[in-house]
Design a protein around this ligand. Sequence first.
Ligand code: GLN
Length: 491
Amino acid sequence: MSDLTRLTAVEIAGLVAGGETSAVEVTQAHLDRIAAVDDRVRAFLHVDTDGALAAARAVDERRAAGEELGPLAGVPVAVKDVLTTKGVPTTVGSKILEGWRPPYDSTIVQRLRDAGTVMLGKTNMDEFAMGSSTEYSAYGATHNPWDLDRIPGGSGGGSAAALAAYEAPLAIGSDTGGSIRQPGAVTGTVGAKPTYGGTSRYGLVAFSSSLDTPGPCARTVLDAALLHQAIGGHDPRDSTSIPAPVPDVVAAARLGATGDLTGVKLGVVTEFSGEGAEPGVLAAFRESVDTLAKLGAEIVEVSCPHFRYALPAYYLIAPSECSSNLARFDGVRFGLRVGDDGNRSLEEVMQLTREAGFGPEVKRRIMIGTYALSSGYYDAYYGQAQKVRTLITRDFTAAFERVDALISPTTPFVAFPLGARTSDPYQMYLADLYTIPTNLYGGPGISVPCGLSDGLPVGLQVMAPTMADDRMYRVAAALESAVGTLTPPAL
Ligand code: GLN
């Protein structure tokens, strides 16, 4: 394996800017790595070899012309297949969009191009980002590089696995209930969910619009911060985008890397740090809490009594929004069309297309959501869940009056074997038990590797107030400076 694939984004950008290597060489090394390991990992749904090499050549030409390059110029990035890419297939892990080549770039992808990063391709995901293991992808599961018989998390398992397998130094994910942070935790990588509205949803295929948040994935906290800085900030094309600059997450990550947390007050969420998590996860978490205290942080216990209702509330709100959002996949406008033989009505063609195009989990969510929104049930289900959402937000607000940030394990358990939870949706949903409250509140959350349990990675989650994304980067970088990054066994 070429050494170039082991480098951080910061190191790669430095070498490219200094002329010690070229963006083309870096890109080729990653394409070679993908060719060598991805038949086993299956992180990618589509590798854009020509597009990547062309983008890399453009960076090398700009450098040769003496142009100033940005901090991530020439760095390869893998993009979750939930974001539209002009002319490059975008499936959202679903058969219903098989073959669709969007006519436009999402804002995130446009900003990646503007930053001079090199898009390697599109990564595997649970269909429409619904799932926690990437096993609900219509194109087959992704495998965890730490143990190929285990799940890489989900829904963004492809992006996380690509990082852990050294197929890409940076990746993009989207987090509706944990799909950036949970895959990060179980693959020993870093994943950050920005403040809702801090990153643009324009061109992000919608699952649950009040929760969906694109964000950065990387192998180090500083790399994630640089990527966050590059893709974040106001976008007039997204009506819920926050009209404010990105908090200085890069400076915060650099500050955290000094390993000094003096003056920082952290709250351990009582409800998420007791039983419910695997003993090995709790042990790694507890050890990290001690480490954070040694770095100077003041640690207190904070009870967030309504967090226990977050999972049921989420599984009403997210399906409700999805039942509406997914109505647009009707066999007329994009992708698959089934049964259009000239003899069938439009309605029949729509039914046949949706029957064939959506997988079982997506259908389950559409049915739950349609039921929860139907007249006579709306108040009891959707309305009630929205009230719980308000109570969870109040828990966060009260907590942040006492502490700067909250911490918990990212997930209750480490990567489980492929197939272990596919027949029981509730067991699958539990993977996001600790990540969902942040989505309902809208604040930022990050997962950073904090140790191993039986040889498998464990993540620690840092949750911060809305638009205080910088705080979580500082804490995560400080922990990383003490724990180090995790290296999976060689593939
Ligand atoms: N696993 C959760 C779900 O299935 C979260 C998914 C996500 O964040 N996209 O809905």
